[in-house]
Design a protein around this ligand. Structure first.
Ligand SMILES: Nc1nc2c(ncn2[C@@H]2O[C@@H]3COP(=O)(O)O[C@H]4[C@@H](O)[C@H](n5cnc6c(=O)[nH]c(N)nc65)O[C@@H]4COP(=O)(O)O[C@H]3[C@H]2O)c(=O)[nH]1
Length: 708
């Protein structure tokens, strides 16, 4: 491609010679433009962008400008174009000055006809092009280095800093011009994060061994202002084109945020997000560590499995927000109950596990469990509400109950279930036979699921007797499970399982329907029964559709509401007395009779009892059977209370004539128990209705004469 050359000279001979030599040049082709004055030259350069000039040849002595002033003015517009001055030998100083100011060289007048002229011109054009490319390359490198987030710092062969990019300036606190020439160690002060001892700069090692080096892990860079950041990366040698070592460069970046993020991720992986307590994974680690320690010291440890009683009810009725806050409050209280060497963890839901890693004896664990029970039972203020909650705890110990984390947790869980069955708000130590119990539960649950479809349940009925007339007043329906292989199973074995897995709801509906239908059949046969009584479990009682299901059973069977008695245990009623009062009121509106079962065992608040629309109080069997030892103090007090509240009192579990005599003499109106009859099938019950009760009661009536 032709190179465009601008010749600026007032001397037409010089111009002609130059044009001639360039025209003939083999290094060409050249396109020549000739102007005679500086003004014309400047004018031409204005349009340089449109038609670029590749080189300028200028005589500094022009008609309108002389000497270096000519060069200076020209250079303002043509700094990127290589310029050769045309001079005489006498102009030596001026030529030198022009080169100092940016000229690429000079051509001596009198030698313009030489083949060296086009050659020199070609050389300076090429050199300028290379310089330009280098400049662009350097600008690009500089821009890139200053816009990356990695810090880059380089040194010469002696390890003195010769470059820092912006990120390195920011991270070290040193500007390039301040750091330039300083030893790398004074600009980058490195220490180990743990030992705080100085760490050798990898640049020094690179210069010693002429090979790349990684920065030691855990290196901290101390900035000029004393602040610190964790850094990571490597250093490498810089070689010249001949492969000689010229210096070293180090690239590094701030790991502080990444380290913090890693730590946060590790924390999240091992902790429960809601309570910030260790989760199951971390708990397992801690238990395994504690076991290893206990093994070396031949000591003990204990695992407490804790479950909140009726937490689901709080969650369902007050919302998950309140439930979450309650769990957080429980987490805090639990943490306050134990030593710092112990671990409180949340497994999920309302299940917590406490590891007592320095439990010296079972008594230690029992004391902690008692402390936890009483501290959690204290009221919790959540927002505007005062919440009351109890908990059930199962305890397993190492090495007695299990020798690994999984076994200890599992056995404590099993013991916790027993604590629930024992009436909640208590703790139980694991015993090996509980495992048998747990396996049995699972088996029962599996069989329960098909028992309904296979019609394996039947109802037995136990008569309630008017203790003054001996008449059968009503029947209590009691469920039995006739398992094809296991035989007759009593409710104590399967009702708690059905309650725990929710099967009690369909089962309870079936009982209600069957009992109402049977009562209606007896009514149709002309048997005068006041009512049939049905036991209602906590889960059924709290269901929103419970009142509807009672109403539907009455409608379907045609039994009058007043002929149905619902027995609800005292502890179920008292668990949330206010809510219970509402449900009882709805049932009362329906017209059914309401009885408090197991009365005396559930710590009733008498003020509530007074508000409940209760018809019947059933004195728990344990009090009746204790009449002999306690002179019947509780029984007589309950009878007196029932009479004053205008509630009928029924005594459960009458087995002995002496008990019957006591009850009658204290004006207890009704009773049931083996003394009169065990629970019997519907047919046998019909026989009883026909023939009446043949039991010591009749003898009693005969000997005492009058009734009531
Ligand atoms: N030692 C002794 N026991 C006597 C005597 N008289 C009656 N019993 C027993 O005492 C229990 C009375 O029922 P409960 O207290 O409501 O206690 C019931 C009740 O809580 C529950 N249950 C029974 N049927 C149902 C049902 O259909 N639904 C629900 N939710 N629970 C039921 O199972 C519990 C146990 O029922 P059963 O095994 O049938 O046991 C019955 C009955 O057989 C006596 O003189 N001495």
């Amino acid at each position: 491609m032709a190179n465009r050359v601008l010749i600026i000279t007032g001397n037409s001979d010089d111009a002609a010679t130059l044009e001639d030599v360039l025209d003939r040049a083999q290094d060409g082709p050249f396109l020549i433009e000739w102007v005679t004055s500086l003004a014309q030259a400047l004018q031409r350069l204005e349009s340089h962008r449109k038609e670029p000039i590749d080189a300028i040849m200028v005589d500094l002595d022009l008609p309108d400008s002389q000497g270096l002033a000519t060069f200076d003015q020209l250079f303002v517009l043509a700094s990127s174009i290589p310029i050769l001055t045309l001079s005489t030998l006498e102009d030596d100083q001026q030529t030198w000055d022009a080169i100092q100011r940016g000229a690429q060289g000079c051509l001596s007048k009198g030698h313009f006809n030489s083949y060296l002229v086009p050659q020199s011109l070609r050389n300076i054009i090429q050199r300028k092009a290379v310089e330009e490319a280098l400049f662009v390359e350097k600008a690009r490198a500089s821009l890139t280095l200053n816009s990356i987030s990695d810090a880059v710092i380089s040194t010469d062969l002696q390890g003195n800093v010769d470059y820092l990019n912006s990120a390195a300036e920011h991270m070290t606190g040193w500007q390039l011009d301040e750091a330039h020439g300083l030893p790398i160690d004074s600009v980058m002060h490195l220490v180990n994060d743990k030992s705080r001892e100085a760490v050798a700069n990898p640049i020094v090692k690179v210069l010693q061994h002429d090979e790349s080096k990684l920065l030691a892990a855990g290196t901290i860079l101390i900035r000029r202002d004393g602040s610190e950041s964790a850094i990571e990366d490597s250093a490498a040698p810089i070689h010249d084109s001949a492969g000689r070592l010229k210096g070293a460069v180090m690239v590094f970046h701030d790991m502080t945020a990444a380290h913090a993020m890693t730590e946060k991720m590790a924390h999240l992986a091992q902790h429960d997000a809601l309570t910030n307590l260790p989760n199951r994974a971390l708990l397992n680690d801690r238990i395994n560590q504690a076991i290893a320690l206990a093994e070396r010291r031949s000591s003990h440890l204990a695992v407490l499995f804790l479950d909140l009683d009726n937490f689901k009810h709080i969650n369902d009725s007050l919302g998950h927000g309140v439930g979450d806050q309650l769990l957080q409050a429980v987490a805090l209280r639990l943490s306050d109950c134990v030593r710092s060497s112990d671990t409180v963890s949340r497994l999920g839901g309302d299940e917590f596990v406490v590891l007592l890693s320095e439990s010296h004896s079972a008594d230690d664990a029992a004391r902690t469990a008692e402390k936890i029970l009483s501290i959690l039972a204290m009221s919790h203020t959540i927002g505007q509400q005062q919440l009351h909650i109890t908990s059930s705890i199962g305890i397993s110990t190492y090495p007695n109950d299990a020798t690994d984390a999984e076994g200890l947790i599992k056995n404590a869980d099993t013991a916790m279930y027993l604590a629930k069955e024992e009436g909640r708000n208590n703790y139980q130590f694991f015993r090996q036979e509980m495992n048998v119990h747990a396996v049995e539960r699972q088996l029962i649950e599996a069989h329960l699921r098909t028992a309904m479809e296979n019609s394996e349940f039947i109802l037995h009925y136990q008569p309630k007797i008017d203790l003054h007339s001996g008449r059968i007043t009503s029947a209590e329906a009691l469920i039995r499970w006739q398992h094809p292989a296991w035989g007759m199973i009593l409710p104590a074995r399967f009702i708690p399982v059905a309650e725990a897995c929710g099967l009690i709801v369909p089962l309870g509906r079936w009982v209600l329907l069957q009992a109402c239908a049977q009562a209606k059949r007896w009514e149709n046969c002309g048997y005068a029964l006041d009512s049939v009584a049905v036991n209602i479990s906590a889960l059924e009682f709290r269901r929103k559709d419970f009142v509807d299901s009672v109403e539907s059973a009455l409608r379907v069977t045609g039994l009058k509401p007043n002929n149905l008695q619902l027995e609800i245990t005292e502890s179920v009623l008292m668990r949330d007395a206010q809510a219970s009062a509402t449900i009882l009121q709805q049932l009362k509106t329906l017209g059914v009779q309401l009885a408090v079962d197991d009365f005396g065992t559930g710590y009733s608040s008498l003020s509530y009892l007074n508000q409940f629309p209760i018809d019947v109080l059933k004195i728990d069997r344990s009090f009746v059977q204790d009449i002999h030892n306690s002179n019947g103090i509780i029984v007589s007090a309950v009878i007196a209370m029932g009479n004053s509240l205008k509630q009928r009192v029924i005594a459960e579990g009458i087995e002995e004539t002496a008990q019957l005599e006591f009850l009658r003499s204290h004006h207890c109106s009704e009773g049931q128990g083996f003394l009169f009859s065990h629970p019997v099938s519907a047919e046998q019950f019909a026989n009883l209705l026909r023939s009446g009760i043949s039991s010591p009661i009749n003898t009693l009536y005969q000997t005492t004469g009058t009734l009531g």
